[in-house]
Design a protein around this ligand. Sequence first.
Ligand SMILES: [Cu+2]
Length: 162
Amino acid sequence: MATAKAAIAKLADKDVPGDALDFSLEEKLRAVVKSNDEPPNNHQSITLTGGDGNYDWGFNGKPSMMHDVLFNVHQSDRVEVILQNLTAMAHPMHLHGHYFKVVDLGQKRIDGAVRDTILVPANQSVTIQFDADNPGTWAFHCHHLYHMNSGMMAAMAYVGAA
Ligand SMILES: [Cu+2]
């Protein structure tokens, strides 16, 4: 739609990949505040799976839902989570209740940004670290709501917390 006599520009080229779906922006970012340098004691490895025409997004090969606990932490853990995307789409992964540091992009170690959501491009991996300092059961999900609603939604639960 356009108002009368409005100029309508055309895109010059097709098939030019954009920056937003790879690591080119993310790898430039650095945290403003220094975070915990302690080595992690709680190591998790999670695959992002599904979507082969079935729209059955999930984790570790299984469509999940909010009440499935994907992984556990204990209070005061330093947690490292490897997110390996085995699908053909990028997933912006979001953890509630915590801020995490991006420490690895595509198996390249970095001293990256602190965030609560990180884009994991198709067929790539991202590793995050955070302090388990907010007891409870927290949603961990893809921020594409249509992926979340079709299975890429689970929880991170503190052991011994409600
Ligand atoms: Cu997704």
